[in-house]
Unconditional design. Sequence first.
Length: 360
Amino acid sequence: MKITKIETFRVRVPLHPVSWHSADIDGLGGPWWDFPIVLLRMTTDSGLSGLGEAPKGLAEAAIRQYAPLFDGQNPFEMNWQNLPIGDHWSPESGAYQAYEMALYDLVGKALELPVYQLLGGAYRDRVRTSLCSGQMWPEDAAQRARQAVDLGLGVLKMKAKVGDPVVERIAAINQAVGTAVKVTIDPMQHLQHPIHVLELARGLEPYHDNIECLEDPVSRSNLDWYVLLREKLDLPLALHLGSLQDVVNAVKREACDYLNLGGSLNEFKQGTAIAEAAGMPVWHGSGAGLGISEASYLHASAATKATTLSSDIVGEFLRVDDLIVRPLEFEDGYVKVPQQPGLGVELDEEALERFGVRES
């Protein structure tokens, strides 16, 4: 079996109304939902195809530049942990994820095995998931929490910064749904200094039963601050980390209670193995992508023992389309892990035509 064709498709898929920030809030992260997403299809001389998806915002040219390196290659003869596209953590690291994803999908189909089997087998056949949102006024936050309850989801992740009415949001959520939904507060490192975190924590004292954890409240580069906060706070503290060395450092310093990890399938498995050895629970992070990448997250989460927290498999609830023929199956706060060969999803050609855009 040899790779004979690699195609890329650039798409832009809008969000559902008021699914991220409240309408009049110009929040953290800028208009990330307008960043295009590049999908990849790798086809072989046997007629089988594998699908991949790059993180949002990566240029199509950054994906396509590596296509000649795979032309004529036999996927069964490649080392997927060291694909020929340079440093994993280069600006094109998202290209690595896309090609690795497509290779796993392709080989899984060839062997008639789901990807989680290629990763060593499943610890679970469904993965806990959460609902995510940006910065919201309390009334919108309460409505988002009601939506989470209606969907059977027990965790709502919300962004925050200094000056946001975070305590008022949590109070509104408590009034709307009680403690049926726990909130992960994610300031994306924007609380500036531990004193701001401690001030926020004092305001949240009446609502501790509503809080899942605080994620990345201050700069991740200062683990001393995280060690200090972990000593002072009565709430779980989480770090969203990328490199394996960062995971090692956080575990060695005992700087957090939970880890939010991502990266490629292999990188996620390696990072989660470190967390497992330390007895630290993990959830799979997300770039709020589409169905192909989220299917890969499900397989990675199923195949890693420590991935027991609610993962950010959220695209279905944020974007108006997931670009796959059959949506992922959500049930009672979980997503079912696809059981079909490969990633278990198919590219929706009609949706591709509708949301496809040319690179300028």
